[in-house]
Design a protein around this ligand. Sequence first.
Ligand code: ATP
Length: 470
Amino acid sequence: MSAPNIETIVSLAKRRGFVYPSSEIYGGLGSAWDYGPMGIELYNNVKQAWWRWMVYERDDIEGLDSSIILNRLVWKYSGHEETFHDWLADCRKCKNRFRADKVGKLVSEKDGKPVFEFGDCPSCGSHDWTEARAFNTMLRTKLGAVADDDPAALAYLRPETAQGIFINFLNVLVTSRRKLPFGIAQIGKSFRNEVTPGNFIFRTREFEQMEMEYFVKPGEDEAAHQEWIDAFHTWFQGIGISSANLRLYEQPKEELAHYAKRTVDIQYRFFPEREDEERQWDELMGIANRTDFDLKTHSKKPEDAEGKRLNPDSTEDLSYFDEQTKQRFYPYVIEPAAGVNRTVLALLMDAYSEKTNDKGETRVILKLHHSMAPIKVAVLPLAKNKPEIVGMAKALKRSLQPVVRAVYDDTGGIGKLYARQDEIGTPFCVTVDHQSLEDEAVTVRDRDTWEQERVKVSDLTVYIKERLTS
Ligand code: ATP
Protein backbone atom coordinates (compact mmCIF):
# COMPACT_ATOMS: atom_id res chain seq x y z
CA MET A 1 0.00 0.00 0.00
CA SER A 2 1.27 3.46 -0.81
CA ALA A 3 1.64 5.92 2.06
CA PRO A 4 -1.61 7.71 2.94
CA ASN A 5 -1.90 11.36 2.05
CA ILE A 6 -3.32 13.95 4.42
CA GLU A 7 -6.77 13.74 2.75
CA THR A 8 -7.09 10.07 3.71
CA ILE A 9 -6.30 10.99 7.29
CA VAL A 10 -8.78 13.90 7.31
CA SER A 11 -11.60 11.55 6.40
CA LEU A 12 -10.61 8.84 8.90
CA ALA A 13 -10.10 11.49 11.59
CA LYS A 14 -13.62 12.83 11.16
CA ARG A 15 -15.28 9.42 10.80
CA ARG A 16 -13.72 8.04 13.96
CA GLY A 17 -13.79 11.11 16.20
CA PHE A 18 -10.16 12.18 16.09
CA VAL A 19 -10.43 15.63 14.52
CA TYR A 20 -13.42 17.64 13.28
CA PRO A 21 -13.42 20.84 11.22
CA SER A 22 -14.07 23.62 13.74
CA SER A 23 -17.30 25.67 13.68
CA GLU A 24 -18.60 23.33 11.00
CA ILE A 25 -22.28 24.12 11.53
CA TYR A 26 -21.48 27.73 10.57
CA GLY A 27 -19.48 26.82 7.52
CA GLY A 28 -16.21 26.19 9.34
CA LEU A 29 -13.31 28.50 10.10
CA GLY A 30 -10.33 28.17 7.81
CA SER A 31 -7.49 26.42 9.59
CA ALA A 32 -9.25 25.65 12.88
CA TRP A 33 -9.84 22.06 14.02
CA ASP A 34 -11.41 20.46 17.07
CA TYR A 35 -10.14 17.27 18.68
CA GLY A 36 -12.85 14.68 19.30
CA PRO A 37 -13.00 11.86 21.88
CA MET A 38 -10.26 9.78 20.20
CA GLY A 39 -8.22 12.77 19.10
CA ILE A 40 -7.90 14.28 22.55
CA GLU A 41 -6.69 10.95 23.96
CA LEU A 42 -3.96 10.71 21.32
CA TYR A 43 -3.16 14.40 21.78
CA ASN A 44 -2.84 13.99 25.55
CA ASN A 45 -0.76 10.84 25.13
CA VAL A 46 1.76 12.83 23.05
CA LYS A 47 1.98 15.61 25.63
CA GLN A 48 2.22 13.21 28.56
CA ALA A 49 4.93 11.13 26.87
CA TRP A 50 6.93 14.27 26.16
CA TRP A 51 6.49 15.66 29.69
CA ARG A 52 7.35 12.33 31.32
CA TRP A 53 10.48 11.98 29.23
CA MET A 54 11.55 15.61 29.71
CA VAL A 55 10.65 16.37 33.28
CA TYR A 56 10.28 13.06 35.16
CA GLU A 57 12.83 10.77 33.58
CA ARG A 58 15.71 13.25 33.61
CA ASP A 59 17.35 15.00 36.51
CA ASP A 60 18.06 18.32 34.88
CA ILE A 61 14.74 19.76 33.70
CA GLU A 62 12.00 21.71 35.48
CA GLY A 63 8.48 22.41 34.26
CA LEU A 64 6.71 25.74 33.79
CA ASP A 65 3.40 27.16 32.61
CA SER A 66 3.65 30.83 31.72
CA SER A 67 0.94 33.22 30.54
CA ILE A 68 -0.20 33.33 26.94
CA ILE A 69 -0.44 37.11 27.03
CA LEU A 70 2.78 38.73 28.23
CA ASN A 71 3.89 42.31 28.71
CA ARG A 72 4.27 43.79 25.24
CA LEU A 73 7.86 44.73 26.06
CA VAL A 74 8.73 41.02 26.01
CA TRP A 75 7.94 41.00 22.28
CA LYS A 76 9.75 44.24 21.72
CA TYR A 77 13.02 43.00 23.19
CA SER A 78 12.74 39.46 21.87
CA GLY A 79 12.69 41.01 18.40
CA HIS A 80 9.26 39.67 17.49
CA GLU A 81 7.63 43.07 16.97
CA GLU A 82 10.24 43.92 14.42
CA THR A 83 11.08 40.62 12.82
CA PHE A 84 8.41 38.00 13.42
CA HIS A 85 7.01 38.13 9.96
CA ASP A 86 6.47 36.01 6.96
CA TRP A 87 7.33 37.19 3.49
CA LEU A 88 4.30 37.38 1.24
CA ALA A 89 4.07 37.19 -2.50
CA ASP A 90 0.95 37.58 -4.64
CA CYS A 91 0.32 35.89 -7.94
CA ARG A 92 -0.62 38.76 -10.25
CA LYS A 93 -2.75 36.49 -12.42
CA CYS A 94 -5.00 34.62 -9.98
CA LYS A 95 -4.48 37.12 -7.11
CA ASN A 96 -3.77 34.35 -4.62
CA ARG A 97 -1.37 35.16 -1.79
CA PHE A 98 1.37 32.81 -0.62
CA ARG A 99 4.24 32.59 1.80
CA ALA A 100 7.21 33.48 -0.38
CA ASP A 101 9.42 30.71 1.00
CA LYS A 102 6.77 28.13 0.14
CA VAL A 103 6.48 29.13 -3.53
CA GLY A 104 10.02 30.29 -4.04
CA LYS A 105 13.58 29.69 -2.97
CA LEU A 106 15.47 32.18 -0.86
CA VAL A 107 18.56 32.99 -2.90
CA SER A 108 20.10 36.08 -1.40
CA GLU A 109 19.53 39.24 0.61
CA LYS A 110 19.37 42.82 -0.58
CA ASP A 111 19.08 45.90 1.69
CA GLY A 112 18.16 43.64 4.61
CA LYS A 113 15.35 42.03 2.60
CA PRO A 114 15.33 38.47 1.34
CA VAL A 115 15.35 37.86 -2.40
CA PHE A 116 13.33 34.88 -3.64
CA GLU A 117 13.44 33.00 -6.90
CA PHE A 118 9.85 32.01 -7.60
CA GLY A 119 8.48 28.92 -9.27
CA ASP A 120 5.10 28.69 -10.97
CA CYS A 121 1.96 29.59 -9.03
CA PRO A 122 0.58 26.43 -7.35
CA SER A 123 -2.98 27.69 -8.02
CA CYS A 124 -2.91 28.79 -11.67
CA GLY A 125 0.54 27.85 -12.96
CA SER A 126 1.49 31.37 -14.04
CA HIS A 127 4.85 32.94 -13.31
CA ASP A 128 3.96 36.54 -12.58
CA TRP A 129 4.79 37.39 -8.98
CA THR A 130 4.78 40.60 -6.96
CA GLU A 131 7.86 41.39 -4.90
CA ALA A 132 7.96 39.74 -1.48
CA ARG A 133 6.86 41.96 1.41
CA ALA A 134 6.80 41.47 5.18
CA PHE A 135 3.69 40.64 7.22
CA ASN A 136 3.91 40.38 11.02
CA THR A 137 2.23 37.17 12.09
CA MET A 138 1.66 37.92 15.76
CA LEU A 139 -2.05 37.87 16.62
CA ARG A 140 -3.18 41.07 18.25
CA THR A 141 -5.69 41.69 20.97
CA LYS A 142 -6.67 44.54 23.32
CA LEU A 143 -6.51 44.47 27.08
CA GLY A 144 -8.96 46.31 29.30
CA ALA A 145 -11.99 48.48 28.64
CA VAL A 146 -10.28 50.95 26.33
CA ALA A 147 -10.99 52.60 23.04
CA ASP A 148 -10.35 50.39 20.03
CA ASP A 149 -7.60 52.63 18.75
CA ASP A 150 -5.75 53.13 22.07
CA PRO A 151 -2.24 51.86 21.34
CA ALA A 152 -1.50 51.40 25.06
CA ALA A 153 -3.95 48.52 25.18
CA LEU A 154 -2.31 46.53 22.39
CA ALA A 155 -1.21 43.04 23.38
CA TYR A 156 -0.24 39.89 21.55
CA LEU A 157 -1.18 36.26 21.88
CA ARG A 158 2.21 34.60 22.19
CA PRO A 159 3.61 33.17 18.94
CA GLU A 160 5.90 30.79 20.85
CA THR A 161 6.07 29.55 24.42
CA ALA A 162 9.83 30.16 24.65
CA GLN A 163 9.75 33.80 25.78
CA GLY A 164 7.68 32.88 28.85
CA ILE A 165 10.58 30.62 29.80
CA PHE A 166 13.35 33.19 29.29
CA ILE A 167 11.64 35.83 31.41
CA ASN A 168 11.28 33.24 34.20
CA PHE A 169 14.89 32.06 34.00
CA LEU A 170 15.91 33.67 37.29
CA ASN A 171 12.72 32.60 39.09
CA VAL A 172 13.27 28.96 38.22
CA LEU A 173 17.02 29.11 38.80
CA VAL A 174 16.56 30.49 42.30
CA THR A 175 13.50 28.55 43.45
CA SER A 176 14.77 25.21 42.23
CA ARG A 177 18.40 25.84 43.25
CA ARG A 178 19.72 24.78 39.86
CA LYS A 179 23.19 24.89 38.40
CA LEU A 180 24.10 24.77 34.72
CA PRO A 181 23.33 22.81 32.68
CA PHE A 182 19.59 22.62 33.24
CA GLY A 183 16.43 23.07 31.26
CA ILE A 184 12.91 24.49 31.58
CA ALA A 185 10.09 22.73 29.76
CA GLN A 186 6.71 24.10 28.81
CA ILE A 187 3.72 22.86 26.82
CA GLY A 188 1.15 25.38 25.72
CA LYS A 189 -0.86 27.13 23.04
CA SER A 190 0.77 29.50 20.60
CA PHE A 191 -0.82 31.67 17.96
CA ARG A 192 0.36 32.86 14.57
CA ASN A 193 -1.61 34.74 11.99
CA GLU A 194 -0.34 32.41 9.28
CA VAL A 195 -0.61 33.72 5.75
CA THR A 196 -1.52 30.41 4.24
CA PRO A 197 -2.67 27.99 6.88
CA GLY A 198 -3.68 24.60 5.63
CA ASN A 199 -2.95 20.96 5.18
CA PHE A 200 -5.28 19.99 7.99
CA ILE A 201 -3.64 20.28 11.43
CA PHE A 202 -0.18 20.78 9.92
CA ARG A 203 -0.49 24.56 9.87
CA THR A 204 -3.12 26.35 11.90
CA ARG A 205 -3.34 29.79 13.50
CA GLU A 206 -3.81 28.31 16.96
CA PHE A 207 -1.60 25.36 17.86
CA GLU A 208 0.25 23.84 20.76
CA GLN A 209 3.99 23.66 21.28
CA MET A 210 6.21 21.49 23.46
CA GLU A 211 9.31 23.58 24.05
CA MET A 212 12.29 23.22 26.29
CA GLU A 213 15.06 25.73 26.82
CA TYR A 214 18.29 24.08 27.89
CA PHE A 215 20.79 26.45 29.50
CA VAL A 216 24.47 25.65 29.19
CA LYS A 217 27.86 27.30 29.62
CA PRO A 218 29.08 29.03 26.45
CA GLY A 219 31.45 26.59 24.81
CA GLU A 220 29.34 23.60 25.84
CA ASP A 221 26.52 24.63 23.51
CA GLU A 222 27.56 22.78 20.37
CA ALA A 223 27.84 19.39 22.02
CA ALA A 224 24.56 19.87 23.93
CA HIS A 225 22.86 20.91 20.70
CA GLN A 226 23.94 17.75 18.93
CA GLU A 227 22.82 15.63 21.89
CA TRP A 228 19.31 17.08 21.75
CA ILE A 229 19.09 16.58 17.99
CA ASP A 230 19.99 12.91 18.38
CA ALA A 231 17.76 12.47 21.43
CA PHE A 232 14.67 13.79 19.67
CA HIS A 233 15.36 11.84 16.50
CA THR A 234 15.29 8.73 18.68
CA TRP A 235 12.31 9.89 20.74
CA PHE A 236 10.03 10.22 17.73
CA GLN A 237 10.90 6.67 16.73
CA GLY A 238 10.19 5.56 20.30
CA ILE A 239 6.59 6.83 20.09
CA GLY A 240 6.09 4.92 16.86
CA ILE A 241 7.20 7.04 13.91
CA SER A 242 9.22 5.02 11.44
CA SER A 243 12.76 6.20 10.82
CA ALA A 244 12.18 6.00 7.04
CA ASN A 245 9.73 8.89 7.34
CA LEU A 246 11.99 11.07 9.46
CA ARG A 247 15.04 13.03 8.41
CA LEU A 248 17.28 15.74 9.75
CA TYR A 249 17.47 19.00 7.88
CA GLU A 250 20.34 21.37 8.52
CA GLN A 251 19.08 24.94 8.01
CA PRO A 252 21.38 26.79 5.63
CA LYS A 253 22.81 30.10 6.84
CA GLU A 254 20.33 32.25 4.91
CA GLU A 255 17.37 30.47 6.58
CA LEU A 256 18.64 30.86 10.14
CA ALA A 257 16.70 33.11 12.52
CA HIS A 258 18.61 36.21 13.61
CA TYR A 259 19.41 34.69 17.04
CA ALA A 260 20.45 31.25 15.86
CA LYS A 261 23.96 29.89 15.54
CA ARG A 262 22.76 26.58 14.11
CA THR A 263 19.31 25.04 13.65
CA VAL A 264 18.45 21.50 12.67
CA ASP A 265 14.87 20.57 11.88
CA ILE A 266 13.48 17.10 12.26
CA GLN A 267 11.29 16.67 9.22
CA TYR A 268 8.54 14.17 8.53
CA ARG A 269 7.36 12.96 5.13
CA PHE A 270 4.03 14.78 5.44
CA PHE A 271 3.41 14.95 1.68
CA PRO A 272 4.29 11.55 0.20
CA GLU A 273 2.06 12.18 -2.82
CA ARG A 274 4.28 15.00 -4.14
CA GLU A 275 6.37 14.01 -7.14
CA ASP A 276 9.37 16.08 -6.17
CA GLU A 277 10.97 14.04 -3.35
CA GLU A 278 12.38 17.15 -1.72
CA ARG A 279 8.90 18.68 -1.35
CA GLN A 280 7.57 15.60 0.44
CA TRP A 281 9.29 16.65 3.65
CA ASP A 282 8.34 19.38 6.09
CA GLU A 283 9.16 20.42 9.63
CA LEU A 284 7.97 18.38 12.58
CA MET A 285 10.20 20.20 15.04
CA GLY A 286 13.13 22.60 15.14
CA ILE A 287 16.18 22.37 17.39
CA ALA A 288 18.00 25.68 17.59
CA ASN A 289 21.13 26.92 19.25
CA ARG A 290 19.81 30.35 20.30
CA THR A 291 23.15 31.42 21.79
CA ASP A 292 22.91 33.92 24.66
CA PHE A 293 20.65 36.20 22.62
CA ASP A 294 17.49 35.81 24.68
CA LEU A 295 18.87 36.17 28.19
CA LYS A 296 20.98 39.13 27.10
CA THR A 297 18.23 40.93 25.29
CA HIS A 298 15.88 40.73 28.29
CA SER A 299 18.58 41.90 30.72
CA LYS A 300 18.67 45.43 32.07
CA LYS A 301 22.36 45.80 31.31
CA PRO A 302 23.49 46.86 27.90
CA GLU A 303 25.53 44.02 26.61
CA ASP A 304 27.19 44.55 23.28
CA ALA A 305 29.64 47.27 22.35
CA GLU A 306 27.37 48.94 19.79
CA GLY A 307 24.65 49.16 22.41
CA LYS A 308 22.39 47.12 20.13
CA ARG A 309 20.78 45.18 22.91
CA LEU A 310 20.47 48.04 25.34
CA ASN A 311 17.40 47.40 27.45
CA PRO A 312 16.24 50.29 29.65
CA ASP A 313 12.91 48.61 30.47
CA SER A 314 13.96 45.37 32.14
CA THR A 315 14.50 45.40 35.90
CA GLU A 316 16.69 42.30 36.02
CA ASP A 317 20.02 41.06 34.80
CA LEU A 318 19.50 37.50 33.61
CA SER A 319 23.14 36.49 33.81
CA TYR A 320 24.46 33.49 35.73
CA PHE A 321 27.15 33.38 38.37
CA ASP A 322 29.34 30.29 38.31
CA GLU A 323 30.36 29.53 41.92
CA GLN A 324 33.29 27.38 40.85
CA THR A 325 34.99 29.70 38.39
CA LYS A 326 33.65 32.88 40.07
CA GLN A 327 32.63 34.11 36.65
CA ARG A 328 29.41 35.81 35.59
CA PHE A 329 28.09 35.19 32.07
CA TYR A 330 24.95 34.72 30.00
CA PRO A 331 24.18 31.04 29.41
CA TYR A 332 23.71 29.73 25.90
CA VAL A 333 20.36 28.16 25.12
CA ILE A 334 19.51 25.05 23.16
CA GLU A 335 15.86 24.94 22.17
CA PRO A 336 14.08 21.80 21.00
CA ALA A 337 10.63 23.05 19.88
CA ALA A 338 8.02 20.59 18.66
CA GLY A 339 4.37 20.96 17.68
CA VAL A 340 1.80 18.74 19.36
CA ASN A 341 -0.53 18.96 16.36
CA ARG A 342 2.14 18.05 13.82
CA THR A 343 3.21 15.15 16.00
CA VAL A 344 -0.39 13.91 16.11
CA LEU A 345 -0.59 14.20 12.31
CA ALA A 346 2.69 12.34 11.82
CA LEU A 347 1.53 9.59 14.19
CA LEU A 348 -1.78 9.19 12.35
CA MET A 349 -0.08 9.11 8.94
CA ASP A 350 2.58 6.71 10.06
CA ALA A 351 0.14 4.34 11.75
CA TYR A 352 -2.30 4.16 8.84
CA SER A 353 -2.42 0.80 7.12
CA GLU A 354 -4.89 -1.30 5.20
CA LYS A 355 -5.46 -5.03 5.36
CA THR A 356 -7.80 -7.31 3.44
CA ASN A 357 -9.82 -9.84 5.42
CA ASP A 358 -10.76 -13.35 4.26
CA LYS A 359 -13.98 -12.00 2.72
CA GLY A 360 -11.90 -9.75 0.49
CA GLU A 361 -12.92 -6.56 2.35
CA THR A 362 -10.31 -3.90 2.93
CA ARG A 363 -10.00 -2.74 6.52
CA VAL A 364 -8.16 0.24 7.92
CA ILE A 365 -5.86 -0.50 10.81
CA LEU A 366 -4.25 2.29 12.77
CA LYS A 367 -1.07 0.68 14.01
CA LEU A 368 -0.36 3.27 16.67
CA HIS A 369 2.37 2.61 19.18
CA HIS A 370 0.66 1.09 22.23
CA SER A 371 1.59 4.09 24.36
CA MET A 372 -0.14 6.43 21.90
CA ALA A 373 -3.35 4.44 21.30
CA PRO A 374 -6.41 6.36 22.58
CA ILE A 375 -8.04 3.17 23.89
CA LYS A 376 -5.83 0.30 25.05
CA VAL A 377 -8.44 -2.41 25.31
CA ALA A 378 -12.05 -2.87 24.20
CA VAL A 379 -14.26 -5.43 25.90
CA LEU A 380 -16.89 -6.85 23.56
CA PRO A 381 -19.73 -9.29 24.31
CA LEU A 382 -20.30 -11.86 21.58
CA ALA A 383 -24.04 -11.83 22.25
CA LYS A 384 -25.59 -8.66 23.57
CA ASN A 385 -28.94 -10.29 24.30
CA LYS A 386 -27.39 -12.66 26.87
CA PRO A 387 -27.42 -10.85 30.24
CA GLU A 388 -24.73 -13.12 31.74
CA ILE A 389 -22.31 -12.40 28.88
CA VAL A 390 -23.05 -8.67 28.97
CA GLY A 391 -22.67 -8.63 32.77
CA MET A 392 -19.34 -10.43 32.63
CA ALA A 393 -18.03 -8.12 29.88
CA LYS A 394 -19.04 -4.99 31.77
CA ALA A 395 -17.44 -6.29 34.96
CA LEU A 396 -14.23 -7.03 33.05
CA LYS A 397 -14.15 -3.52 31.61
CA ARG A 398 -14.55 -2.09 35.11
CA SER A 399 -11.75 -4.26 36.46
CA LEU A 400 -9.41 -3.12 33.66
CA GLN A 401 -10.19 0.58 33.75
CA PRO A 402 -8.15 1.56 36.83
CA VAL A 403 -5.10 0.13 35.05
CA VAL A 404 -5.60 0.99 31.37
CA ARG A 405 -8.00 3.01 29.27
CA ALA A 406 -10.73 0.46 28.51
CA VAL A 407 -14.12 0.67 26.80
CA TYR A 408 -17.14 -1.59 26.51
CA ASP A 409 -19.00 -1.77 23.20
CA ASP A 410 -22.00 -3.83 22.15
CA THR A 411 -23.41 -1.64 19.39
CA GLY A 412 -22.85 -4.05 16.52
CA GLY A 413 -21.91 -7.54 15.40
CA ILE A 414 -18.44 -8.73 16.43
CA GLY A 415 -16.93 -8.17 12.95
CA LYS A 416 -18.07 -4.57 12.96
CA LEU A 417 -16.86 -4.02 16.51
CA TYR A 418 -13.39 -5.36 15.67
CA ALA A 419 -13.21 -3.17 12.56
CA ARG A 420 -14.14 -0.09 14.55
CA GLN A 421 -11.43 -0.76 17.14
CA ASP A 422 -8.85 -1.44 14.40
CA GLU A 423 -9.64 1.93 12.86
CA ILE A 424 -9.00 3.82 16.09
CA GLY A 425 -5.89 1.80 16.84
CA THR A 426 -7.00 -0.19 19.91
CA PRO A 427 -4.23 -2.75 20.45
CA PHE A 428 -6.42 -5.43 22.09
CA CYS A 429 -10.04 -6.57 21.93
CA VAL A 430 -11.31 -8.88 24.63
CA THR A 431 -14.33 -10.96 23.63
CA VAL A 432 -16.64 -12.61 26.14
CA ASP A 433 -18.50 -15.58 24.67
CA HIS A 434 -20.75 -18.42 25.85
CA GLN A 435 -17.79 -20.54 26.83
CA SER A 436 -16.41 -17.74 29.00
CA LEU A 437 -19.29 -18.33 31.41
CA GLU A 438 -18.05 -21.86 31.95
CA ASP A 439 -14.26 -21.71 31.71
CA GLU A 440 -13.71 -18.18 33.10
CA ALA A 441 -11.56 -17.34 30.06
CA VAL A 442 -11.87 -14.79 27.26
CA THR A 443 -10.49 -14.33 23.76
CA VAL A 444 -7.88 -11.61 23.31
CA ARG A 445 -7.47 -10.42 19.73
CA ASP A 446 -4.35 -8.61 18.56
CA ARG A 447 -4.96 -5.54 16.36
CA ASP A 448 -1.95 -6.00 14.11
CA THR A 449 -1.97 -9.74 13.50
CA TRP A 450 -5.67 -10.47 14.15
CA GLU A 451 -4.44 -13.49 16.05
CA GLN A 452 -6.58 -14.65 18.96
CA GLU A 453 -5.52 -16.13 22.24
CA ARG A 454 -7.54 -17.59 25.09
CA VAL A 455 -6.66 -15.99 28.44
CA LYS A 456 -7.91 -16.77 31.93
CA VAL A 457 -9.95 -13.89 33.40
CA SER A 458 -7.82 -14.02 36.55
CA ASP A 459 -4.69 -13.38 34.43
CA LEU A 460 -6.22 -10.77 32.12
CA THR A 461 -5.05 -7.51 33.73
CA VAL A 462 -1.46 -8.67 34.08
CA TYR A 463 -1.53 -10.16 30.56
CA ILE A 464 -2.81 -6.89 29.02
CA LYS A 465 -0.31 -4.79 30.97
CA GLU A 466 2.58 -6.96 29.83
CA ARG A 467 1.49 -7.07 26.21
CA LEU A 468 1.03 -3.28 26.17
CA THR A 469 4.58 -2.62 27.26
CA SER A 470 6.35 -5.46 25.45
P1 ATP B 1 7.21 26.59 9.74
O1 ATP B 1 8.50 26.87 9.04
O2 ATP B 1 6.55 25.29 9.33
O3 ATP B 1 6.26 27.75 9.75
P2 ATP B 1 8.54 27.33 12.16
O4 ATP B 1 9.97 27.04 11.81
O5 ATP B 1 8.07 28.72 12.10
O6 ATP B 1 7.56 26.37 11.29
P3 ATP B 1 9.00 27.02 14.94
O7 ATP B 1 8.91 28.46 15.24
O8 ATP B 1 10.35 26.37 14.92
O9 ATP B 1 8.23 26.70 13.58
O10 ATP B 1 8.03 26.26 15.94
C1 ATP B 1 8.32 24.99 16.48
C2 ATP B 1 7.27 23.97 16.08
O11 ATP B 1 5.95 24.46 16.32
C3 ATP B 1 7.28 23.60 14.59
O12 ATP B 1 8.28 22.67 14.29
C4 ATP B 1 5.89 23.02 14.42
O13 ATP B 1 5.83 21.67 14.86
C5 ATP B 1 5.05 23.87 15.36
N1 ATP B 1 4.37 24.91 14.60
C6 ATP B 1 4.85 26.12 14.22
N2 ATP B 1 3.93 26.82 13.54
C7 ATP B 1 2.83 26.02 13.50
C8 ATP B 1 1.51 26.18 12.95
N3 ATP B 1 1.15 27.30 12.34
N4 ATP B 1 0.63 25.17 13.07
C9 ATP B 1 0.97 24.02 13.71
N5 ATP B 1 2.19 23.82 14.26
C10 ATP B 1 3.10 24.80 14.16
